[in-house]
Ligand binder design. Structure first.
Ligand code: SF4
Length: 384
């Protein structure tokens, strides 16, 4: 690292990073307050390169939001609906199976599935869904349900302990749980933006349990609303602490609040700037020394800024996604999908070597066409 290019007040943090010493929460705060974005990028780049060399990855995946009907009303969420609302939706299992089998023929390796906390869908519905997706292609990785969905299923739908719920879901086909629902861990902020949602301890505990069962998951942070920089540093601290304990997080995926449809306490919030998003990624990369991968969520950043973020600590551009609803119902103007070619081009142009990855960030080769044809929908289904 060229220390001449690092401002004096950050040099000692840069030295720690280069010496592979862990930085403190106070250091993270100092970095969050720094305005020399290029210096932050340079320090973050040391960590990225040490962990991932010149590779940058993406996954070929398909998102499914099975329903937006939800018993909660988080302030930041423009996706959720009550059953009576005009924009409420709920897909039938057959429709989901058709959509996933179409995507399998395009070469996806993962389906990523989350929804609202649905009040009436039954246990058998969830298990049938997982089993039928698993039957389509045993190699398909099913990444599904946030920690809050898992708690909802355990307490209100399955009515069994969380560990048993996770085990039951896994037996039916669940490959990993998603990182959503973490928002910001601070209880006061949480009470204002998502009252009724699980606490930080409850979110962390679902992941702790899943990791103790040999499972892996990702973790997230929703920032750029009413939280302070202290709250962000505290959020990172709690993630790093759990990762020290379990080692089960494969990647960190921060995303900025999408304010287009915001109201109430969030009505005055402006979208996080490009500068802020890059700074947040760089600080996360430097602080989370025990999480190997940092993903730029292009749905929120846009692909051009996600590409730039490859020079600010990021080593992964997320995936093809094929149909994103949650951010787009909140007003995101980015595309709803990316092609493999677009992701690879963005990576190559940034001077990195693009590699397809699986759901645990392991490098893989694209699926051969012969395997994709095997994933046709069952003949009794008339998919459009
Ligand atoms: S963020 Fe999740 S839990 Fe909160 S209202 Fe939206 S769908 Fe429901």
């Amino acid at each position: 690292m060229n220390y001449q290019l690092i401002p004096k007040e950050l040099r000692w943090i840069a030295e720690k990073v280069e010496a592979q010493q862990r930085i403190s929460e106070a250091d993270a705060l100092r970095l969050y307050q720094a305005n020399d974005l290029n210096a932050l990028g340079m320090i973050a780049n040391v960590v990225r390169e040490r962990k991932n060399g010149n590779y940058a990855t993406y996954i070929h995946n398909r998102y499914i939001n099975y329903s937006n009907i939800c018993i909660l009303s988080c302030q930041f969420c423009a996706f959720a609906a009550k059953k009576r609302d005009a924009h409420a939706f709920e897909y039938a299992i057959d429709e989901i199976v058709c959509a996933v089998s179409d995507a399998l023929r395009l070469g996806i390796t993962e389906v990523h599935m989350v929804g609202g906390l649905h009040p009436t869908l039954k246990k058998e519905w969830y298990l049938d869904l997982l089993r039928r997706l698993r039957a389509l292609d045993p190699q398909l990785h099913i990444k599904a349900f946030t920690a809050i969905e898992v708690r909802h299923l355990a307490q209100r739908i399955f009515r069994i302990p969380i560990r048993d719920t996770l085990e039951t879901l896994r037996e039916a086909g669940l490959g990993s749980i998603t990182g959503g629902g973490a928002e910001i861990f601070d209880p006061v902020v949480r009470d204002q933006i998502c009252r009724g949602k699980e606490t930080a301890a409850e979110w962390l505990n679902v992941h702790r349990m899943w990791h103790s069962m040999g499972g892996r998951s990702t973790c997230t942070m929703l920032y750029g609303h009413i939280e302070t920089l202290d709250h962000r540093a505290d959020h990172l601290r709690q993630l790093r602490q759990l990762q020290d304990e379990t080692g089960g997080f494969t990647g960190f995926v921060p995303f900025a609040f999408e304010p287009s449809q915001s109201h109430g306490i969030l009505a005055h919030i402006k979208r996080a700037s490009a500068f802020e998003q890059l700074r947040n990624l760089a600080v996360s990369r430097i602080y989370l020394d025990n999480i190997d991968h940092l993903t730029a969520y292009w749905v929120s950043l846009g692909l051009p800024l996600a590409q730039v973020s490859l020079s600010y600590g990021v080593d992964d551009l997320h995936g093809t996604i094929l149909e994103e609803k949650i951010f787009h119902m909140a007003g995101a103007t980015t595309p709803q999908q990316q092609t493999v070619a677009a992701l690879e081009h963005a990576i190559r142009e940034a001077g990195r070597e693009p590699v397809q990855r699986d759901s645990h960030y392991r490098h893989i080769s694209p699926r051969p066409t012969s395997e994709r044809h095997a994933a046709s929908p069952p003949p009794e289904l008339a998919c459009a």
